[in-house]
Design a protein around this ligand. Sequence first.
Ligand SMILES: Nc1ncnc2c1ncn2[C@@H]1O[C@H](COP(=O)(O)OP(=O)(O)O)[C@@H](O)[C@H]1O
Ligand SMILES: [Mg+2]
Length: 246
Amino acid sequence: MLVLDRVGKSYQGNLALAPLSLEVEQGERVAVLGPSGSGKTTLLHLIGGVVQPDQGTIALEGNLLANMSSGRELASLVGIMHQQLDLVPHLAVVHNILAGRLGHWSLWRSLASLVSAREKHLAQSALERVGIPEKLNERTSHLSGGEQQRVAMARLLVQQSKVVLADEPIASLDPARAEDLMQLLTTIVSESNKTLLASLHSIDLTRKFFSRAIGLRNGELQFDLPVDKLTNEVLYRLYNLTETQV
Ligand SMILES: Nc1ncnc2c1ncn2[C@@H]1O[C@H](COP(=O)(O)OP(=O)(O)O)[C@@H](O)[C@H]1O
Ligand SMILES: [Mg+2]
């Protein structure tokens, strides 16, 4: 499904991700772990085509990302939920959700939708799916952080991509809401057998909701393990902690 072959990235000569190879099967749920600055966002941005690698290749369903002709082709394959969500605060929820359809629509149709909210029903059912159906016409900036995270998820839903990338989707949520949201995200991806790569800092939620975990440290891949092999020792080493600090 997804193959990275010696993909590396530096910013202004500073290494963000050392050459890394990775294969992910369709339907796998992969947690990307590591301290801040370890390269998690860089990895997700490379796979999502947000930044270009300095070296190596990325292939989705056998097609090289670098050869994809349009953003639309990429959008049908990969959806990304950014750490900063990327919602337009002054727009109504419905428009932020329908922005997820841009990959499916002609420019004309996309613009028309901003005016007339066509396919409103699509947005409505996505919003129902994420548990806030009453917010369709609300101004996005009036929603709480957790609700905005749900809107970003609804936008992913309407995009119908095969791979979902989520960059710290539960950062800034309290533990109960974090678990709810992770449950929702993994339910959504497993219903349609999507592939999920998500960065997060919770070991408990990694064990609960993911099948596999990769650990990054200083831009280097430290481990790539099924979650049942994720021992405390492996984690202490990743975060450079002693047992008493955990
Ligand atoms: N756009 C950028 N310009 C310069 N340096 C960057 C940029 N994005 C990330 N970096 C650097 O690359 C490294 C990895 O960052 P990042 O992928 O954001 O890590 P993480 O998501 O794990 O916190 C860090 O040292 C960071 O400062
Ligand atoms: Mg990050």
